[in-house]
Design a protein around this ligand. Structure first.
Ligand SMILES: [Zn+2]
Length: 270
């Protein structure tokens, strides 16, 4: 991780956009929760994608679940992602790039709504989902076959931008490949005026998961998941960086609330 000096020109406004939610239980989200000897309790799970924009670029980090898919899976759509973007004054054609953190349904749904955007994904992640193991039941349950097919079509027809550890898909944006949750799970670091927003996506669903070192229930490589926690601890030990968990309702309290028709839907990071 280089971090690097912030330049005014590459600093972004960064927003976490809470487009969906559901209620669940701790033993549903933490791997082998019973080993911790704590009672099961309800927990809320929010669903986010992230918007980074400056004078030159409008970039999404993930694109949320498709409302129909979310409904089938018992998730509530609070604000359909393209509608949320519209409230920012962003039309799909204005989105220049989408950095996909991993191939799960709640991160790549709606990609087809952005035919003009450059799609960026880890080579390892793409190869996994389009290879022989992504379709096996324990993995496939977290993905939608037609959305993986869409990734294939992007790669074959429009061209996909494949990245690996340390790549900078745009100025002021860096990806860290941590694996763990999925084979090529990315963390995305975005320069803001106040420092770097560390968009953990599903490398850290909950702050509690990170602070208590409790792996998430869906895991491709447990050792890599723990190592990802360590990598993130190292990254956020720098005062100039702020961790943004991927599914934690507390994100809405930790950062600056947006008003008007984005109230309860979006917060500004940094
Ligand atoms: Zn997720």
């Amino acid at each position: 991780v280089t971090g690097g000096a912030l330049t005014g020109s590459s600093a972004y406004e960064v927003y976490a956009v809470r487009y969906g939610t559901r209620s669940t239980h701790r033993d549903d989200v933490y791997l082998n929760y019973e080993i911790y000897g704590e009672p099961d309790q309800p927990i809320e799970m929010d669903y986010f994608f992230w918007l980074a924009r400056n004078a030159d670029r409008t970039i999404l980090i993930d694109s949320g679940f498709a409302p129909t898919v979310g409904a089938r899976r018992g998730r509530t759509t609070l604000c359909e992602p393209t509608e949320a973007l519209r409230r920012f004054g962003v039309e799909p054609r204005n989105v220049s790039q989408i950095v996909v953190t991993h191939g799960h349904y709640d991160h790549i749904g709606n990609l087809a709504r952005f035919p003009d955007a450059e799609i960026v994904i880890s080579r390892r992640e793409y190869d996994f989902w389009t290879g022989p193991y992504g379709s096996r039941a324990q993995f496939a349950t977290s993905a939608e076959a037609d959305e993986i097919d869409h990734l294939r079509r992007v790669a074959e027809r429009q061209g996909m931008t494949f990245v690996a550890e340390g790549a900078q898909p745009s100025p002021g944006i860096e990806v860290i490949e941590v694996g763990g949750h999925t084979p090529g799970q990315l963390v995305v670091l975005v320069d803001t005026e106040a420092g770097q927003a560390v968009l953990a996506s599903d490398a850290v669903h909950y702050y509690e998961e990170f602070e208590r070192d409790w792996p998430f229930t869906f895991v491709a490589d447990l050792e890599a998941m723990y190592r990802g926690f360590d990598t993130l601890r190292d990254i956020v030990s720098d005062d100039g960086r702020v961790l943004v968990a991927g599914h934690d309702p507390d994100v809405m309290r930790r950062f600056t609330a947006c008003g008007d028709d984005l109230a309860g839907i979006a917060v500004r990071i940094g």
